[in-house]
Design a protein around this ligand. Sequence first.
Ligand code: SF4
Ligand code: SF4
Length: 315
Amino acid sequence: MSNTPRTSEDDELDEMDMEASRLASTDRDMQMEVFDAVRGQSAFPVQPVRLKPEDTFNFRCHKEIGCWNKCCHGADITLTPNCILRLSKHLGVRPAEFLLSHTVPAIHEKAGLPVAKLKMGGNDGRGPCPFSTPDGCSVYDQRPATCRYYPLGMVSMKMKDMETKEDFFFLVKEDHCQGHCESKSQNVGDYRTEQQLEEYERINRGWVDILMKMASWKVLGGPGGKEPSLQTKKMFFTATTDVDGFRAFVLGSRFLEAYDVSPEAVELIKASDDALLQLAFDWMKNVLFNEPTIMLKEQVLKEAIARVRTDMGAA
Ligand code: SF4
Ligand code: SF4
């Protein structure tokens, strides 16, 4: 144990340790995981046809089309951790400032975890996106993943006994979108490549995994029906939206004394926001699901086990 004075971050870390024990008390069989990337508010326009990468669809969006920019009003856009990093960097601000000025906090409907959504204009949130201009999207090169997917949605599934997840896609056809009437035909795989979606999916995979697993547990029951504590939800929000806040927590608490993080990895997370995000996903998977994505150091583990035993009244 260290003689360093305790900080408020240490109190948070202890809370999270206890949460890991509490949530991990039962073993579960994952049967199905679902995550989608629909931008509209309702599931109604979703076409109930599974599309594979080789399947084709007609769609073209261009400035001369009659519905130009309609989809950029009142859009329901959940920002992924990578979207927040890229947009903040593009605007020349740190994520905390971007969160304050451009997002609203929300609860992910399926997973029950807090996320940040892009703040639309108007008192009712049905106004234009702050990045919408008559010429199109002012942050087009850094536009959020949900805008890149449109008009596709994605579902990931993992059935019990399956080794890997299966992704498939579906078409979102909203009444106002005339792009579907255009003659341009493309396949799903080519469209995804053109929209650079593979890179977003690679960086955000850990975050999507967590949302999918929580969503699955809400439907199928688990973890033992337990809801994460408010403290854990708050930490999930910080870790996945505000890299500077999470970095201050990791470096300002006994986190690095408790977990086995190599010196090279510590240097990396000091310098790289992307590396810190991956640590955040790994840690949250450990806290929420007891996955061995990040290991407690042996002495800390022994003390934690002793604490749980004492709590349970064992000798
Ligand atoms: S970020 Fe760009 S593409 Fe997405 S809703 Fe806003 S203006 Fe439209
Ligand atoms: S075609 Fe669809 S995606 Fe393009 S501007 Fe019109 S509503 Fe938006």
